[in-house]
Design a protein around this ligand. Structure first.
Ligand code: ZN
Length: 508
């Protein structure tokens, strides 16, 4: 078994075994853009575009692949680009979806490792845009427009010295950027904290481009020059992970995301030779130049013969998770909060105690939290309001039914949330009322009970029920997404394997 040990703080590669002279092959598939789009595309200026082949179908693909490998071996290419670009929204059933295969031999291990980053990492810095100043300094940022977004609001969180007034000084720019369309993308290129360029992409391939010239911002619509694409990259590891990821042309942000996504599955310091990585991510291009690389959509790590997959899934609450399609559908979380208030002090526990007023031993069927009058009281779980009002010794009280035989009760409140009535659904963490001292009470506190099948349980000790992290609706939509993404990852892996076999035939 050949392994690379990467000590903390430096890169040191320990290689043993006879396979060290094995050439490394990098593979990518490329779905050509649909014909109408392709006619508008210019060849990419970066060296990555060199090996892109023309479209082939069926068996021709293998011939092309062999020919390319053969030519590559003869030419002794040093660094083969591995990008494949798929216009977003193109699924497997779309016409023109035949994958082309590009394979090439990279450096062998008996050559010294170059620790400098490959040239293509500079794609992170901005690029010249049509009819704009040609300097390529500055970094692009992406802002996704949501309901109610304004340019002023976006600039206020951007840490830029450019004001909305400066940006909107031209009538044309003001007219276009005053109303931002939800779902649109706004790319902003900053240079020394000032805005250099801005690309507003509301839909499709048209974009409104604003640039700074002679101190003034001017804008114009550019037709068919903006592209949103999925990029697919597959590579086999023969070196430390970051090194091979760089060689495969992965932007640094994607490499970092991979190490985060797979940190529990893969020991990145002990990568095994032959481990395989496939990744699909979103790329944004203007005039065929990459301006921005977004998050990973799906990724696969074949580590020591075991395949780990993660699919990006936006959750209902706005957060994003990378889920394992095989197991994470069952992910559970505790469905209740332990306490009904934030802060506060447990002033009386559950069970038998001497009653502060009657001075006789009584069962305390809940727990008390002392807190100042008016402190908000929150529902500890999702449920339906069963009771709101005066309830004897409990004073102002609320009861919530949570299903599965669970009810909670909150007593001695000074008041209720406005308009709350029986039958209302309530979410965990929502304020239902305020701490007080109504009913049989000696001071401001909330009395909290947790009932299971009408029996009071100790709220501090009862085993809180769990529920799935995903709703049924989310599970269904994740299943659809995961199926599509898993298929793409499998195809990517298979293509990589075919190329490895071909390489072994030709390269020994
Ligand atoms: Zn109490």
């Amino acid at each position: 078994m050949e392994r690379y040990n990467l000590p903390v703080g430096g890169i040191e590669v320990i290689i043993s075994g006879s396979r060290s002279s094995r050439p490394e092959t990098v593979t990518a598939t490329r779905k050509p853009a649909p014909a109408p789009k392709a006619s508008h595309r210019q060849p990419m200026a970066s060296p990555r575009s060199k090996p892109e082949t023309s479209r082939h179908h069926g068996p021709a693909r293998y011939v092309a692949s062999r020919a390319l490998i053969f030519a590559t071996l003869l030419a002794g290419f040093g660094n083969i680009p591995v990008y494949s670009k798929i216009p977003s929204g193109d699924d497997e059933s779309s016409p023109g979806g035949t994958s082309n295969t590009i394979a090439g031999t990279l450096h062998t291990l008996n050559q010294p490792l170059e620790l400098d980053l490959p040239d293509h990492v500079e794609t992170y810095a901005g690029h010249a845009v049509d009819a704009l100043p040609s300097a390529t300094v500055g970094k692009w940022e992406l802002h996704r427009i949501t309901e109610g977004d304004t340019l002023t609001g976006i600039l206020s969180v951007l840490d830029t010295t450019t004001t909305a007034t400066e940006l909107l000084a031209s009538e044309d720019v003001a007219e276009t950027l005053t109303t931002l369309k939800p779902g649109a993308k706004l790319f902003i290129q900053l240079n020394n904290q000032g805005i250099r360029q801005l690309i507003y992409a509301p839909a499709g391939r048209n974009a409104y481009v604003v640039s700074l010239q002679d101190g003034l911002f001017s804008g114009k619509w550019s037709k068919e020059l903006f592209d949103e694409q999925q990029t697919q990259v597959a590579f086999t590891l023969n070196h430390p992970f970051h090194y091979d990821a760089n060689k495969a042309g992965l932007p640094i942000s994607i490499t970092r995301q991979l190490t985060r996504i797979f940190r529990n599955d893969v020991n990145f310091r002990r990568i095994q030779i032959g481990d395989q990585v496939s990744v699909i991510f979103e790329d944004y291009f203007y005039q065929s130049e990459r301006i921005y690389t977004d998050e990973i959509l799906a990724a696969e790590f074949n580590h020591k013969g075991k395949v780990y997959q993660r699919i990006r899934f936006p959750m209902g609450n706005g957060s994003v998770r990378y889920l394992n399609p095989d197991s994470d559908l069952e992910l559970k979380q505790v469905a209740f909060d332990r306490y009904p208030i934030r802060g506060g002090r447990l002033s009386s526990g559950f069970g038998s105690r001497r009653h502060p007023i009657f001075r006789s031993r009584r069962m305390h069927s809940g727990v008390d939290f002392a807190a100042p009058k008016g402190t908000p009281i929150q529902a500890t779980g999702d449920g339906t309001i069963r009771f709101v009002g005066q309830k004897g010794a409990y004073g102002n009280a609320i009861m919530i039914a949570h299903g599965q035989g669970i009810d909670t009760l909150y007593g001695h409140m000074s008041g209720f949330r406005d308009g709350l009535k029986p039958g209302d659904t309530i979410k965990r963490g929502q304020t239902i009322g305020y701490v007080g001292s109504t009913g049989r009470s000696t001071g401001n506190h909330v009395h909290y009970e947790f009932h299971v099948n009408d029996e009071p349980q100790n709220p501090m000790k009862v085993k809180l029920p769990e529920k799935g992290i995903l709703s049924q609706q989310e599970i269904n939509s994740f299943r659809r997404l995961a199926k599509n993404m898993s298929n793409q990852l499998s195809r990517l892996r298979e293509t990589a394997s075919i190329d490895r076999n071909l390489r072994q035939q030709f390269g020994g």
